[in-house]
Write a protein that binds this ligand. Structure first.
Ligand SMILES: NC(=O)C1=CN([C@@H]2O[C@H](COP(=O)(O)OP(=O)(O)OC[C@H]3O[C@@H](n4cnc5c(N)ncnc54)[C@H](O)[C@@H]3O)[C@@H](O)[C@H]2O)C=CC1
Ligand SMILES: O=C(O)CCC(=O)C(=O)O
Length: 411
């Protein structure tokens, strides 16, 4: 079952639990708009390269559509569609006034020069500029993109529409980005983990962690968990995986990565098989990379008692069922990684107000939002007698359904 089928299945299950009318269910499932564009750029060697870019705008009942742009070779229309739908439920769970969208370009950013990436981002923005906007659809970074990508999008968009800082979030601070946005998804993962562990009488400092992905989300999650006394015993990225039973020295690893960029030649660690990382002995597993990494091939072997979904859709449907039977508690993506979009909302608000918050305020507000949504998810789990994923889905779907019904359909 691909990401779209799995996400739609979770949505339908939530719609049924909520007793939604079947026509409303259909209207909520089908995306508002799907955009597919051809992006041709001259490469540095003078030859041409053509890429396909997507933006799926899923729903705007609760506000402007919101979601990241992914640069990855496996980007495909179904995956972008699933990720856009997840954004609709995520913004609703977080109670930020947005709908959901997601974009992506099928490309290998690691194999492209900075100027090629800039040309690609500018061409993509030219193709979609009249369909995005501060009050229509607000992109942000995702896998393979970063603050610089958002700076190029902002610049290109502003050529058509005048200076528009709030058209993208996750920008560099010098262009109106928010303090704390870079760390926000990882910080949200920390707050979500704290909330779940406390619920089960446990703590970060008394727990061991395995983290997949050491990019924006994974590296911030690792640093913040380490600062709170959590022991990170295994860690991996696209190049491989490492472990240390006594805990990996994360600040030293950060410094090492900034200097050489490779996990494998870090000192005082054992190299482990990349696949072993997900079934490594630990209390808490935190996938922060690709979707579908937990599946029927490895779910039965997972040793962790808790899974915190830093990535989007890391656990496929079959794995969800296997993990539930094993008693593994999964904190779902639409809550666990919502810190990024919550601080994106703060960035957008600051841009519109023309007033910058200090980082303490950003982090304090983020913590408040994360605490509130955890409580609301738990309340849903109680009233619907369901697990955390369904608690989050019913919470999000119910809020979007209510907004949709209030707006009505009269032409
Ligand atoms: N950046 C953000 O604010 C948010 C990101 N997410 C999700 O978190 C996940 C990670 O996103 P970012 O950290 O932004 O991306 P990133 O591009 O900064 O980092 C991705 C990381 O995943 C690793 N990776 C890639 N392929 C891998 C593989 N086959 N096996 C193991 N590791 C692999 C990379 O080496 C890198 O360390 C994605 O699922 C994304 O959708 C979710 C919410 C917000
Ligand atoms: O910050 C945002 O607007 C969206 C981040 C994102 O793409 C996600 O939460 O998956």
């Amino acid at each position: 079952m691909n990401a779209l089928a799995a996400t739609s299945r979770n949505f339908r299950q939530a719609a049924r639990l909520l007793g939604l009318d079947s026509k409303l269910e259909k209207s909520l499932l089908i995306p508002f708009r799907e955009i597919k564009v051809e992006c041709t750029i001259p490469k540095d060697d003078g030859t041409l390269a053509t890429f396909v870019g997507f933006r799926v705008q899923h729903d705007n009942a609760r506000g402007p559509m919101k979601g990241g742009i992914r640069y990855h070779p496996e980007v495909d229309p179904d995956e972008v569609n699933a990720l856009a739908q997840l954004m609709t439920w995520k913004t609703a769970v977080a109670a930020v006034p947005y709908g959901g969208a997601k974009g992506g370009i099928g490309c290998s950013p690691g194999e492209m020069s900075t100027s090629e990436l800039e040309r690609l981002t500018r061409v993509f923005t030219q193709k979609i500029h009249d369909l995005i906007g501060t009050h229509a659809d607000v992109p942000a970074p995702d896998m393979g993109t970063n603050a610089q990508t958002m700076a190029w999008m902002l610049d290109e968009y502003s050529k058509f529409h005048g200076h528009s800082p709030a058209v993208v979030t996750g920008k560099p601070i010098d262009l109106g980005g928010s303090l704390g946005r870079d760390a926000a998804t990882g910080r949200g993962v920390l707050y979500a983990t704290e909330a779940l562990l406390t619920e089960h009488g446990k703590s970060i400092s008394g727990s061991t962690f395995a983290i997949q992905g050491f990019g924006n989300v994974g590296s911030w999650a690792a640093q913040l968990i380490h600062q709170k006394g959590g022991k990170i015993v295994a860690l991996g990225d696209v190049t491989g995986a490492i472990s240390n039973k006594s805990g990996i020295d994360i600040p030293a690893l950060m410094e090492h990565m900034n200097n050489s960029g490779s996990l494998k030649d870090f000192h005082s660690v054992e190299i482990i098989d990349a696949a072993e990382l997900l079934v490594h002995e630990c209390d808490v597993l935190v996938p922060c990379a690709l979707g579908g990494v937990l599946n029927r091939g490895n779910a039965a072997d997972v040793k962790a008692r808790f899974i915190i979904e830093g990535a989007n859709h890391p656990t496929d449907t079959e794995a969800d069922e296997i993990l539930a039977k094993k008693g593994v508690i999964v904190l779902p993506d639409i809550y666990a990684n919502s810190g990024g979009v919550i601080v994106s909302y703060f960035e957008w608000v600051q841009n519109i107000q023309g007033f910058m918050w200090d980082e303490e305020k950003v982090n304090m507000e983020l913590q408040k939002y994360m605490k509130n949504s955890f409580q609301h998810i738990k309340d849903m789990c109680k009233s619907q007698n369901c697990n955390l994923r369904m608690g989050a889905f019913t919470l999000g779907v119910n809020r979007v359904a209510r907004a949709t019904l209030l707006r009505g359909w009269e032409a």
